[in-house]
Design a protein around this ligand. Structure first.
Ligand code: PGA
Length: 253
């Protein structure tokens, strides 16, 4: 598998308000590097301000969710079209925190992926097993089901891209992460299920698999060294400039 420049995606969750997001974006706007592509995903209300800051930067903008309809009477929801309008290129879909706290289902995730692509956004589909699923040995089944249901009937045009983030639920925000060998195996399971859904050229050229869950300056290299891992999704280690800068430095080494 050809190794690409790794993608580093910062998920700011509901951790930073507008002034804090603007501040952090200002510090990060010059942090592009020949060694990685950087994407930041602030909360909805911070997107416009962060977009202004990143206007001339190589750092890209992403949102943390979108709705599955383009427009209509859906109080509180945010259209993928609006996200594109404010300057987003990426959107996280199906994060386990949304599955857990908002009750997001595979069917919703599937419709959101479709809408994201239709709106010209690159979806970052999150999948991963819970601790109980890991212990009971059902990780692979969970991954295959999540990937298959999320991508059912999705058409990926030659110029479109999808990113799949393998994020074990038990690793998120816990300071624990799987052994790199286990991540490699999980990514192979995901990749294999993609070959059952899409033509081989699409799997090879249009879909990237990345890892997320307690990624830090100390462990990032061990994930990026895996030959089937094209980037990372970072939460906690991205909320504060000093910590995140260390992580970026670890990639530049
Ligand atoms: P974490 O979060 O880095 O804090 O584990 C990752 C994520 O939720 O995307």
């Amino acid at each position: 598998m050809e190794k690409q420049k790794p993608l580093i995606i910062a998920n700011w969750k509901m951790k930073l308000g507008v002034p804090e997001s603007r501040d952090l974006a200002n510090k990060l706007k010059g942090k592009s590097s020949p060694n990685y592509n950087l994407v930041v995903c602030p909360s909805f209300v911070s997107l416009t301000e962060v977009a202004k800051v990143l206007k001339t930067s190589k750092v890209k903008l992403g949102a943390q969710d979108c709705f599955w309809e383009k427009q209509g009477s859906y109080t509180g929801e945010v259209s993928a079209t609006y996200l594109k309008e404010v300057g987003c290129d990426y959107v996280i879909i199906g994060h386990s925190e949304r599955r857990q706290y908002i009750g997001e289902t595979d069917t919703m995730v599937n419709k959101k992926i479709d809408m994201a692509l239709q709106s010209g956004l690159i979806p970052i589909l999150c999948v991963g097993e819970t601790f109980d699923q890991k212990v009971s040995g059902s990780r692979d089944t969970v991954l295959i089901n999540q990937v298959t249901r999320a991508l059912e009937s999705i058409n990926i045009a030659i110029d479109e891209k999808i990113i799949i983030a393998y994020e074990p639920v038990w690793a998120i925000g816990s300071g624990q992460s799987p052994d790199p060998v286990d991540i490699w195996n999980a990514h192979q399971v995901i990749r294999q299920s993609l070959f059952d859904i899409f033509p081989a050229t699409i799997v090879k050229n249009s879909i990237s698999i990345i890892y997320g869950g307690s990624v830090s300056a100390n462990n990032i290299a061990s994930f990026l060294n895996l030959d089937n891992t094209q980037g990372v999704l970072v939460g906690t280690a991205s909320f504060e400039y000093g910590t995140f800068e260390q992580l970026l430095r670890a990639v530049n080494k």
